[in-house]
Structure formats: C-alpha cells, structure tokens
Design a protein around this ligand. Structure first.
Ligand code: GLN
Length: 310
C-alpha cells in the first residue's frame, strides 16, 4: 500500500496506474449507438485526482476533453435536489435497477416512476424538473460545471447532441411513456433537447474531478458556499455507489469500493468522501456501457492507496 501522508504522493500512484493500463490488452469498444462517439480509439487513457482544496494531479490525457454523457446525471441530480428537496424522490426512486441504462421494462410495472436518477428514465425526470424550475436545465448545468471546474471554456458539443437526437428513439420512448403517467412536465421534444445537450457537454478528467469536489466536501461548492445539505450529499454518493454503473453497480462496488458514475463517452467519476475526487477516461466500453480501463484503473487506485469507503 502506498502512503497517503502527503498529497504529493498521488502523482506516483497515477503514473503506476497508467503504466499498468498501457500493458493491458483488450479495452472494449467505443459506444457506437451514438455514431459521433464511435470514432474514438479504445486505448486512449487519462486520469485525474482532485483534492478538496482544488489541487489536481493527472496522468495521460487528463486534460483532453471528452463527451461527459451520463456523468452529467450526477450534477443535474445535485442541482435538482438543491432546488426541490425531498419532493424529487417522489418522482424518481433510489433502488438499483439491475437493468441496462436505457431499459424500458420496469417503467410499466412501476407506474412511470423510474428506479433511480442514473438510468436514462430517471435522468430524464430529473432534467425535466430542473428545466421547469430554472427555465433552462442544460445551461444551468453548464454554468455549474464551469464554476466548479474553474474552466469557462466548457461547452456543449452540438455534433454529439445532434447525433443523439437523430438516433434518440429509445430515449424518446422513455420520455413519452413517463409523460403518459404524468411524470414529465415539459413537452417531450423540449425535454429531449435539454437532455441531449446535457449529455453532450465536453469536459476533461481534470474538469470533472474538480466539478465533483462538492460531493467529497459533503455538499460544499468550490467557492465555500453550500449547495447541498450533508444529508443530500450522502444521498447522492449512496445513489452513485448503488446505481452509478447500472447493472454492473455490484461489480463496481466489489472492485472499486467508491461512489462512482460512468458515461458512454468512456469517463467515470468517483468520490472518496472527505478526501478527494477522481475522473478517469478511456473510450473502450464493456457490454454494460462502462469503461473497461476506467474501472480497472479505479480498482487499482483503491487497491494501491486503501482509499475506499469500506
Ligand atoms: N446520452 C446517452 C444516452 O442517453 C447517455 C448514456 C450513458 O452515458 N450511459 O443513451
């Protein structure tokens, strides 16, 4: 185990992880159901660790922007919960689904209330409610990410948003189905536009590790103001641990032992409460939509450092 007595020791750990990843064959495949993401080389790799005070360490392509995709669901949940409080949990559950992220099957049995905020159905509900309260969910999210990462250049990738819109039948089906149960406020095309923009945000490992910091600081933003109560921050970390990697959440908890959230762009964020946040990127995915090298790198990080919640 590597001593974590000094923050400077994160850099050698990251370098050791990158060397290990370099030697591994088989990295999965980039997401091809969103054509704009399919072109990425599965072997690309970057990783960053941010400390609570905003100090960031990185290795590989840790400053390379990539498509954040479902990682953004953590931030819209935080922004929605901050505005709405507990009532949000009447419209979206907090149980693992055990199904793929874009599955429709449970929605009918459960009367249009999605299992959790991180499957697509749940994220659509969260974005819908945030949009109602702010007038523009995606811009609210982008402003938040810019502020927390300290990077004013973060932006949407319109090409990715358009690509998802053109291939968005399944998300449209989820939204229409939930609308039929009265669990969507805005017109479905408006909601889908907000959701696809949200998913298309481009950010680097450094940006996303920094932006996740409020979850390691128990709800406190980078500028010292409070976004969430301590209890709400706990709720989000718990949802990440149990639902953040979909039907692989058990395996992720088993291997990594941290709250984490993946996206089909190949990124994964993770939280060590009270200590630091991480983001890793490698575009090759497994069949459940999680980055192969990303999970392996986080697994190695917690093994080498002992920094897990267990
Ligand atoms: N935009 C993607 C979708 O809706 C997000 C999925 C993901 O990253 N797991 O299908």
């Amino acid at each position: 185990m590597v001593s974590m007595a000094s923050s400077l020791t994160f850099q050698p750990v990251l370098e050791r992880i990158a060397e290990d990843m370099e030697r591994r064959p088989g990295r999965g495949r980039a997401a091809d159901y969103i054509p704009a993401l399919a072109a990425f080389d599965a072997r690309r790799f970057g990783m960053a660790v941010a400390e609570l005070d905003g100090t960031v360490y990185g290795v590989g392509e840790w400053r390379q922007p990539f498509s954040a995709q479902s990682i953004t669901k953590v931030f819209t949940l935080a922004l929605g919960l901050a505005r709405e409080g507990d009532e949000l949990w009447e419209h979206v559950g907090r149980e693992p689904s055990g199904n793929p992220f874009n599955s429709l099957v449970q929605l009918e049995y459960e009367n249009g209330i999605p299992r959790n905020p991180f499957i697509n159905a749940g994220a659509l509900v969260v974005t819908d409610r945030l949009h109602t309260r702010t007038g523009h969910a995606a811009d609210t999210l982008l402003d938040f990410l810019r502020a927390e990462s300290g990077n004013p250049d973060l932006t949407f990738d319109q090409g990715v948003a358009d690509s998802e819109t053109a291939h968005g039948d399944r998300n449209a089906a989820l939204a229409h189905f939930m609308a039929s149960y009265g669990n969507v406020d805005n017109p479905v095309p408006v909601l889908l536009d907000q959701y696809f923009r949200q998913c298309s945000i481009e950010a680097s490992c450094a940006d996303l590790a920094l932006a996740t910091g409020f979850l390691a600081r128990h709800g406190v933003r980078a500028d010292g103001t409070r976004l969430l109560t301590r209890s709400q921050a706990k709720q989000i970390n718990a949802a990440m641990l149990t639902c953040g990697t979909y039907d692989a959440a058990g395996d992720f908890a088993h291997r990594v032992g941290l709250p984490g959230k993946s996206g089909v762009g190949g990124g994964i964020i993770a939280v060590v409460p009270g200590r630091c946040t991480l983001c890793v990127w490698s575009p090759g995915l497994d069949e459940r939509g999680n980055s192969v090298a990303g999970v392996a790198a986080l697994d190695l990080f917690t093994t080498l450092t002992g920094l897990s919640v267990f």
